[in-house]
Write a protein that binds this ligand. Structure first.
Ligand SMILES: [Zn+2]
Length: 216
């Protein structure tokens, strides 16, 4: 573990603690990663978030090989590797099983662009078909769902959020859960969402960029 990586490892742990405290990673689900000098750093398999130490965070090369001997990486490392390979704009990835978004994903429902905050995700959020956890098939599915977006739902599974920093990916993951909560409230009230058009979403993206909401 290089000394230069300690702040990144500490930041990953801080994001897992915040997700855990917010109830977005029930029963040790989910995982967090960010790019590093040797590839990417990712949370390990099977260590409770509250017990994580910087040395528990695993560094993998972009081919998914460990750069040093140590703990096993999260079983979803393939999904992270595939996203980093195909999305140069992704510097960090947050994967959750956040309850409201996972409820929608378990019905195969994405989230329409009914609220301007969805611009944080780049537009409406797709739900991609189910594939077994940890497989290359799921990794491909996630990459497809993220096309032109910073978030996607994974059917019968959960959420993937990406960003140009850990803070940004974390913010997208939080917003997806917030939007899912609003959407489920509309569905349970029998309401049909009024969807914003692409021109308005584009305007919001530009305003977010001005305000630094989409910056590091
Ligand atoms: Zn998962």
């Amino acid at each position: 573990m290089s000394v230069a990586e300690v702040p990144l490892r500490t930041q990953i742990i801080a994001v897992t603690h915040a997700l855990d405290a917010a109830g977005l990673v029930p029963n040790k689900s989910g995982n967090v990663s960010c790019r590093s000098a040797g590839g990417f750093l990712i949370t390990p398999a099977g260590v409770p978030y509250r017990d994580l130490k910087p040395s528990d965070i695993v560094e993998l090369s972009m081919d998914g090989l460990p750069t040093t001997a140590g703990p096993r990486p999260s079983s979803e490392w393939r999904m992270h590797a595939a996203i980093y390979a195909r999305r140069p704009d992704a510097a960090a990835i947050v994967h959750t099983h956040s309850p409201q978004a996972t409820a929608l994903a378990s019905a195969g429902r994405g989230i329409p662009a009914f609220h301007y905050m969805i611009a944080l995700a780049g537009g409406d959020i797709r739900c991609v078909p189910y594939a077994t956890f940890g497989t290359a098939e799921l990794a491909e599915s996630a990459v497809r769902g993220l096309k032109g977006r910073r978030a996607t739902l994974l059917a019968n599974h959960g959420v993937i959020a990406i960003g140009d920093s850990l803070r940004a990916a974390h913010a997208v993951a939080l917003e997806v859960e917030n939007l899912a909560t609003q959407y489920l409230a509309m569905l349970s009230a029998g309401l049909v969402p009024a969807v914003l058009d692409d021109a308005e979403l584009q305007r919001v993206v530009e305003k977010f960029t001005d305000y630094g909401r989409l910056a590091k």
